[in-house]
Design a protein around this ligand. Sequence first.
Ligand SMILES: NCc1[nH]cc(CCC(=O)O)c1CC(=O)O
Length: 314
Amino acid sequence: MAQTSPTSMKIGTRGSALALWQANAVRDALMQAHGLPEEALEIVVIRTSGDRIQDRALLEAGGKGLFTKEIEEALLSGAIDLAVHSAKDMPTFLPDGLTLGGYLPRADVRDAFISGVAQTVQDLPRNAVVGTASLRREALLKRIRPDIEVKLLRGNVPTRLKRVEDGDFHATLLAAAGLERLGLQAHITSLLDVRSFLPACGQGAVTIECREQDGITRTALDAINHLPTQLAAECERTFLGVLDGSCRTPIGGYASVTADRLSFKGIILSEDGRDFFEVEESGAAADAAEIGRRAGHDIRTRAPREFLEKLGIA
Ligand SMILES: NCc1[nH]cc(CCC(=O)O)c1CC(=O)O
């Protein structure tokens, strides 16, 4: 008889504290769902090019794939059976043979404002310096506060908090989900409103990548998949895919799923935040990807060619 449940699995992950938290959460869920002992689920830490390159802006170095390439190679070679990622760090298009086999229940999707000098973005002093490496956060900030100067702030979450504490920046923005997972929520000064400061597509969701043909792993993941999170992420990822395949464009999007309905709001902005196009679409949750596609095409139809050309996505 064919084997239907796994006896052991290797879980690939990056080595940051956040990545390890996520990998452990997936391991716990799989242990629970399948009655497996801890030894059956080995966590394999993989160093990616993205972890090595610290001195350049992520976008200059070549985009999102940098944090997933080596992990995906390990999946394809069979060195690991599944890989745990922050959904928002996943490239829009996966290599042939790989698929996203499941999602953990989504955490807080919002961005958090962190500052030693102000309670909110609006309270920041004139010409305040905000540290971030995210084009989306930069454009959304400049949209509401054109005077703000954005400077590059990279590194893991604790490093970024320290730079703000040291006074190198007036403020930074970080995903609330990551801060909570690391037990650093006490550093949150305030939370940004999800509708006016749209998160990155996939933000707050943990996803699990596996080989498309690996039926045993896929069945194991089906048992822990959180469907509303999967539908929301698929909607947001499809929206992103219609507009842009890289992380070089300021784009935000958030799908909320209640019962069998899905509501999506998305935005694309010029890098200086001065021009932007927003979209809202809703429908049956089962049509998640179609809703995201519709929203993306709606923006493509409405945005002038010149705007898209400037962003390199015409
Ligand atoms: N790009 C780094 C990254 N990838 C996922 C998270 C946070 C956790 C999440 O959104 O799931 C972060 C840090 C941040 O943006 O503050």
